[in-house]
Structures are given as structure tokens and as C-alpha cells.
Design a protein around this ligand. Structure first.
Ligand SMILES: [Zn+2]
Length: 224
């Protein structure tokens, strides 16, 4: 079939294109811990996801990474790509974005309240996970179904390097989306809009963090 998007047609692996991501603001990304299993309902049709090149940055003292769309395609060059090549960090990653419902959600430690059916941005970058999910989705399409409304049990192996989006996909059933409150997809274009100012601020912050590490903390700490 030629009308399939690249990720379903097995054409994910030619990393020949780049596109521009900004911070995701209020939108929460789905992630799971090693060894976890989660039930997800996809709200995205198989034809929708388009690859976006994205940088994932961990700032000192923060638990959660920040994400920036690579600027190479929109601006011609990208300060984060330059930073990564100078400092040997992970370069931009080709990412697919989808919208999912995290069926079981979580229970608040503080209030013990259960939050279920939570809408989340599902970002998947691992080639092997995409390959596996694309096989499952191709099987759905061959059977006359699509991805939207499909409920999967997704597992993450205990391997340290296993992706936070999971690396095991078991199709369970299709769900009647009318039974859910909010089934609108995220605006991926808005989420991944290149943001040169945010990238600039991010690189400035990285520079400060490097300087803080390489400078003696206090003169009193020097023992002579
Ligand atoms: Zn870049």
C-alpha cells in the first residue's frame, strides 16, 4: 500500500528530514515507569501522526525534561543541535505525537482521590516501539478498523533503556468513544510549533548550568 503514512509503511528509519517543538505548556505527556502496564485508548487515526524532530533537555535541579522542536528545518540552524554536537549529548529525536486516554489514571498520594480517563499527549520516539505498534495497527487496518478508539494494554519492560512510552503493545478492543467526555485530539501543530526564543533561553540556561558545575562553589572551600 502506498497511501500509508511512513510509520505504518516501515519507512520510519530513514532519518532524512527534520522539522521544527516548543514547551508543551499545560499539556501533560504520558509516560510510564519501568515494569509498568497501562491501559490506553487512542484518539488518533493511524493516518494522522507526522514525524517531528524534537530535543529533550534535562535542566539541573528539575525532575521533568523540557522539550523543544528542532529549529533546523524552520530556521536553517538550531542552537540546541549545536549545543548537542559540542557537548556530546543526545541529538534531536524523530518523534510521533498522538492523543490517548490513560484509562486507569492515578490515585493522588495526598488526597487519595482517583483520577481516571485522563487525556495525555503520547510521544513515541523509539524505533523498535514504533515498529511494534505499527505492526499492531496495520493488523487493525487489515481487519477494517483504525487506531482511533482502540484500547491497548501497553507495557514497559524493566530494562533501564526501555522507552517511557512503553515497548509492548497488546490490542484489547475498540471502545465506544461516545462514552468518554473529551475525545478531541490535541493540536499537534500548535504543540510542535518551532519557538526560537524558547530554544535560545534553553541554551542560555544550559550554559549557566555548565558554568555553575565548573566553578568552585566558594573560595572558603579551597584548602589553602
Ligand atoms: Zn536541533
Amino acid at each position: 500500500m502506498t497511501d500509508k503514512p511512513a510509520w505504518l509503511a516501515g519507512e520510519w528509519y530513514d532519518k532524512d528530514s527534520t522539522t521544527g517543538s516548543s514547551d508543551d505548556g499545560e499539556i501533560r505527556r504520558f509516560f510510564m515507569k519501568p515494569g509498568e502496564e497501562r491501559k490506553l485508548i487512542f484518539l488518533t487515526d493511524a493516518e494522522t501522526p507526522q514525524p517531528v524532530w524534537e530535543h529533550k533537555v534535562f535542566h539541573t535541579g528539575t525532575k521533568m525534561p523540557s522539550f523543544h522542536t528542532c529549529l533546523r528545518e524552520s530556521e536553517g540552524n538550531c542552537p540546541l543541535c549545536d549545543w548537542h554536537s559540542e557537548h556530546g549529548k543526545v541529538p534531536a529525536r524523530k518523534t510521533l505525537f498522538m492523543t490517548v486516554i490513560d484509562v486507569e489514571g492515578f490515585v493522588s498520594n495526598r488526597t487519595q482521590k482517583a483520577y481516571t480517563n485522563l487525556k495525555r499527549l503520547y510521544a513515541i520516539t523509539s524505533s523498535s516501539s514504533i515498529e511494534l505498534l505499527s505492526k499492531r495497527v496495520n493488523r487493525l487496518i487489515d481487519g477494517g478498523k483504525n487506531l482511533r478508539g482502540a484500547q491497548f494494554m501497553i507495557g514497559r519492560t524493566t530494562n533501564d533503556k526501555s522507552p517511557a512510552s512503553g515497548d509492548d503493545f497488546e490490542y484489547l478492543e475498540h471502545i465506544d468513544l461516545d462514552t468518554l467526555e473529551d475525545t478531541a485530539e490535541y493540536d499537534y501543530e500548535a504543540i510542535t510549533k518551532p519557538d526560537p526564543e524558547a530554544v535560545k533561553r534553553c541554551v542560555e540556561r544550559l550554559k549557566t548550568e555548565i558554568e555553575a558545575v565548573s566553578k568552585p562553589v566558594d573560595e572558603a572551600d579551597i584548602p589553602f
